[in-house]
Structure formats: structure tokens, C-alpha cells
Ligand binder design. Structure first.
Ligand code: ADP
Length: 403
């Protein structure tokens, strides 16, 4: 039996061809897809890399903000804090949350508020690109703090103002030191001018021959000039030694010394002053050995004893007592003089501080003695203070560690 299968064969051939075409198309599509996939993978990893770089740069800026030594803040146009760094929080005594609830006005001292507000407006108006001013901020506890603030304005694409960027540097100690220095210079120049004016006056009178016919008055003028010259020398010496002591430029020459010997030395040099004032000094010494600069300790004792003599009436007693308190010794210099008012008992240890402004003239002092004593005591690791009852007398205490 012979059957004509030409049709079937043709159909088969057609099917085979279409199968081959399909396979070729599938291979093509697969290759296209695989290419697209590779492209996508590349794009994805590019995006990941960009994201990572962005995160890294953000972290870099965040760290710069967080670890900056100076205060940094972003401040809104309504002067509310938008961002603050730990340095600024530390400087002003607030937590970050507290500070973010405040405005610039609230942390600026009233004295500088108006000027600062005007300066910010000038930035917004474009009159200036940045402002740098020394101003007073207010600490959370209410006291003013000097800062150097530098502020600029960030603008948007259309130039519209967005927020302020402020850097705040703590200059409080520097400003206080400047103030102390200028106060000191004005006091020193005043203190030096007073005896100089007196010397000049006396010598001027003599030079003009106004007292030529009156030798007694001439001698009196010379005496005044000599007394004031001595005072001037004392002043200059005291100022220099206090300055060097406080700057620690006067090194202590510590050695083992016996307290009884130091007391002997101090009282010996005050013998004539005590006799002049008819004052008896009672000593209750102690033969403790200490490690100290003997000259400086004698200087402190002489100053305390001479003050006791100067500010006591004639014939009143003075006692110098030394006790061993275990780790330290304590000197007590007690007088029965005029006493020191309560509000001056700490102040007199400052430079040029005297209970009465006439003390310098009448008693020949400089007002620097106790400041020098305190500097010496502190350099030895000791302390100095006074207890007193007005009209009854004073007791100065001076401690030194026994090493
Ligand atoms: P100075 O004696 O040279 O004026 P000080 O610094 O030694 O300077 O003393 C400062 C001031 O303290 C004195 O001027 C005096 O007003 C007061 N003062 C010091 N010691 C005594 C004392 N023992 N009794 C009363 N006042 C004193």
C-alpha cells in the first residue's frame, strides 16, 4: 500500500522551519534580555555607590558639626535655633533640646540684642556678606559670656534667604584677662603718680628758691621727697615681685628649714618697728622642720607682723603662734588692733586693696603685701586668711603643708 504523504511532509517541514525560527527568536530575545539585565545591574551598583558616597559625605559633615571645638548653629529667619552642636550647648549650659526651643534673642545679653538683630537684618538685605562681632551671650545660669560670633546667610536658588549659619567662639577668659590688665594698669599708674607728684612738688618748691630763707621748711620738703621716693621704690618692687610670683617666674628655692629659725629672722628685722610703737611680740614657736623657700616664708611673716604693728595702738600685744596640725603647720598672727570689717576680709588679699583709702598715706603701705603673701602661700600649696572682730583685733592664719 502506497500512501501519498507529501502533504504531511510539507507540513512537517513547515513546522520544523517555524520551530527553528522560534528558537532563533528565543535565543535573540534571551540575549537581549541578558544584555538589558547586565545594564540594569550596572545601573543599580552605580546608584548604590552614589548612595554610599552621599552617606559618607553626610557623616563627614555631621562629625565636623558634632566634634567642632567652637559653637556652631543654624538659625532660622525668625531667629529660632534649627541645629546646634554640643560645643554651643556646653558653652551656654543648655541641652540640645532646650536650646532648640529658644531663639537667638533669648541667649543674647540685653546690651547686645538690638545691635545683633540689626546686623542680621543687614545680612538679609544683602548689605553685608557676613558679620563678625564680639558680643555677650547669656549662660543658662544667667551670667553674661563674651563670645566672638561670625554669621552668614544661606540663600536658595532664586536668592531667597533661607537660614543663618553662626560660628561662636568662647572669648570670655580673654576678655576678663584684658579687663583685669587694663584695671591693673590704671591703678598702677595712679599709685605711681601719687608719690611722684609729691616728690615733684617738693623738689619744685626747692628749685624755685621759694624756701631759700627757711632752712627748716627746706629740710621738711626734702624729707617728704625722700619718704615718697622710698614709697615709690617699695611700690615698684612689690608690683614686680607680685607679677613674677603670679606668672610663676620667681622659682621657689625650697629647702629644709626650721620654723623657729624663720620666726627668729622675721621678728629680728621688725624689732625696731615694734619698739618704736611700744609693742611686744609674744612668740610661741615650734621646732618643726618644713620644706619651703625660707626667704619667701620670712617675707610673709614680716608682712603679717608689720601689718599687725601698723594697725594696732601702741602698747597692745601681738602673738605669733605656730602649731603642728598633722599634715600641715599653721601660723597665727594675732593683734588687738582696729580689726577688719567683714566685707573687706577677703578683698584685702587682692591687689591695691586697703580697708581705708588713707591707709596708704598714713601707714606707708602699698596695698600689695597681702596679695604677695597669698601668692607665696599658694605657690607652697598653703592657704592664708583672716578672722577679725572690728574694734577688738584680727588673727591672720597661714598654713603650709609639711612635706
Ligand atoms: P599695705 O599694708 O601695704 O597697705 P597689705 O596688702 O599688706 O597692704 O594690707 C592691705 C590692707 O589690709 C591694709 O592697708 C589694711 O587696710 C588692711 N590690714 C592688713 N592687716 C591688717 C591688720 N592686722 N589689722 C587691720 N587691718 C589690716
Amino acid at each position: 500500500m502506497i500512501r501519498d504523504i507529501s502533504d504531511r511532509k510539507r507540513t512537517e517541514e513547515t513546522l520544523k522551519q517555524s520551530n527553528q525560527q522560534l528558537e532563533t527568536r528565543v535565543i535573540q530575545r534571551t540575549s537581549e534580555l541578558s544584555q538589558a539585565n547586565t545594564q540594569l545591574q550596572l545601573e543599580l551598583s552605580d546608584r548604590k555607590r552614589a548612595q554610599f558616597a552621599l552617606l559618607q559625605s553626610e557623616e563627614l559633615f555631621r562629625n565636623a558639626f558634632t566634634f567642632a571645638v567652637n559653637g556652631l548653629a543654624l538659625v532660622g529667619l525668625d531667629r529660632h535655633f534649627l541645629r546646634v552642636n554640643p560645643a554651643l550647648c556646653g558653652l551656654l549650659g543648655y541641652t540640645e533640646t532646650e536650646l532648640l526651643g529658644l531663639t537667638l534673642d533669648e541667649v543674647t545679653d540685653e546690651t547686645d540684642r538690638e545691635t545683633y538683630r540689626n546686623n542680621l537684618n543687614r545680612l538679609i538685605l544683602g548689605e553685608v556678606q557676613s558679620i563678625q562681632t564680639e558680643r555677650r551671650y547669656l549662660h543658662k545660669l544667667g551670667y553674661p559670656l563674651w563670645v566672638m560670633g561670625s554669621t552668614s546667610l544661606v540663600r536658595g536658588f532664586q536668592g531667597e534667604p533661607l537660614y543663618f549659619v553662626s560660628q561662636i567662639q568662647d572669648i570670655n577668659e580673654h576678655r576678663i584677662a584684658e579687663q583685669v590688665k587694663s584695671d591693673f594698669i590704671s591703678i598702677v599708674s595712679h599709685e605711681l603718680r601719687t608719690p611722684l607728684a609729691s616728690i615733684r612738688g617738693s623738689l619744685g618748691l626747692l628749685a624755685a628758691g621759694a624756701l631759700d630763707t627757711n632752712p627748716e621748711s627746706s629740710r621738711q620738703m626734702l624729707r617728704i621727697a625722700a619718704i615718697e621716693s622710698d614709697r615709690l621704690v617699695r611700690l615698684v618692687n612689690d608690683i614686680l615681685s607680685l607679677d613674677r610670683l603670679e606668672a610663676r617666674k620667681l622659682p621657689l628655692e625650697k629647702q629644709q628649714c626650721n620654723v623657729a629659725d624663720l620666726i627668729q629672722q622675721a621678728t629680728r628685722s621688725l624689732q625696731s618697728l615694734a619698739e618704736e610703737n611700744n609693742i611686744a611680740i609674744t612668740l610661741i614657736p615650734n621646732t618643726i622642720e618644713i620644706w619651703a623657700d625660707p626667704d619667701r616664708i620670712v617675707q610673709v611673716l614680716i608682712n603679717l607682723l608689720s601689718n599687725a604693728i601698723k594697725f594696732s595702738p601702741p602698747k597692745s600685744p601681738i602673738t605669733l603662734k605656730v602649731q603642728n596640725l598633722g599634715g600641715q603647720i599653721i601660723f597665727q598672727i594675732q593683734d588687738r588692733g582696729r580689726g577688719i570689717p567683714a566685707n573687706k576680709r577677703e578683698a584685702i588679699f587682692g591687689r591695691f586693696q586697703q580697708v581705708d583709702s588713707s591707709d596708704a598715706r598714713q601707714k606707708g603701705g602699698t596695698g600689695l603685701g597681702l596679695a604677695i603673701c597669698r601668692a607665696i602661700a599658694q605657690q607652697h600649696g598653703g592657704q592664708i586668711w583672716v578672722e577679725s572682730i572690728e574694734g577688738e583685733g584680727s588673727t591672720f592664719y597661714f598654713t603650709l603643708p609639711i612635706v
